[in-house]
Design a protein around this ligand. Sequence first.
Ligand code: ZN
Length: 500
Amino acid sequence: MEVNQAVKDLLALQDRLSAYNHAMGLISYDGDTAAPRGTAENRAHTQGILSEIAYEITTGEDTAELLDFLDAHKAELGQREKRMVELLLKQIRFMRKIPKDEYVAYDKLVVASQSVWHKAKLESDFAAFQPYLEKIFEYNLRFARYAEPDMDPYDFWLNENEPGLNRKTCDAFFAALRKRLVPLIRACGEKEQVKDDCLKGDFPEAPQRELALWMMEVMGLDMDRVGLATTEHPFTTMLGSHLDERITTHYYREDVSYSLFSVIHEGGHALYDTGSDPAFCYTVLDGGVSMCIHESQSRFYENILGRSKPFIRFLFPKVAQLFPQQMKGYAWQDFYRAVNRVQPTLIRTEADEVTYCLHIMIRYELEKQLMDGELSVGELPEKWNSLYREYLGIQVPDDRRGVLQDSHWSFGAIGYFPSYALGNAYGAQFLREMEKTVDWRSALEKGDFEPINAWNREHIWSFGSLYTPQQVLQNALGGPLDPNCYLDYLEEKCKELYGL
Ligand code: ZN
């Protein structure tokens, strides 16, 4: 085999795999957005066949031979090809350790499980979801053991979501957060509560959707390539390549802020993916490199930019134009204070920046205990509720607003949650670095995201998955994770907001 020919074969292989991923992604997206309720089995059937073919292509002898050959000729490859081989080999080595029937059965399980979770959440019926969740945890435990028998299974999944991450790092990171967050939340709680009544009322869906689309444009998303749909739980997905990105939101008639900030969050994910170098399309280099870096972008747009004073000043007239009655008598300052109000609440995605990481810590504790076998899935709702009492001091009224609120476990994302908290911390570090050269405040006052997007494009987005997350951080920040940067940011914001 010639190296030149092998590189061509490598690109052709990824081309084929992206086509299967495109089809499977679209089926799954359809299930979440438009498909009628009774079609899950039909989708799971097709999904099972496609995933079997993708499994065979990925783990087949031809692929293994090609990648081993390229790996042996690493020195002759360019940086991009080298990284493609590295990423594909990692994936293949994992998949080859999982028996095909189990791999396919798991894929089918998560398709079915998502629709069961959806219904269970609406009806607040954990018992209906429990058998699926038990299986999901069993599979994840087993797959981790197949893949890395000597590794702690939860460490395995943390590392899959964020290469290099483990319990030790998470434990230390969360301990550092807790030390300063708990007194900060208490201090805010002792002050007079900020009012958020301007966010509550009756906000029909049509103008909310108009606001969402306007927001996407303001953020600089390419509206010809990024679509918006409605789902129970907002998410972002890349279909086939970064040339087709879909984001979703959820409109609550009684609260105007939920969808707005969901759209900014998911829009941040979409900016990251669609900012990949166009040459990366249909390869494994396309799109964001890891969940932490991804969440660092989404949470950066949602909170650091989206809830900042200069941006709210720019945003408020648009909200007032779409909801003249509801915003009557309020000024941008009221809106700014309302969207930054610090108060322990039930729902993670609605949580303010200060209490948010406590929601993550709860999920992290539960995942650890479930993976260690210290907690059974049946005991999960009770444990969930008791941790909410302990960490946030609030009573969970039902499972819909408790253990069933997030979709992640229903599609098998174990070890994902810490990415949000780490992403928050990275976001603050990116800001500190960015503001050395970008006057983001004056840009946002004019609603101009371009200087900010340009910085992110240059330092993060354009590289897609070319570099490891650690390299991305090193390149952009010149240093590692520093939780204190994020904590300083939060304390400063609260000081101003609550007069601490
Ligand atoms: Zn996200």
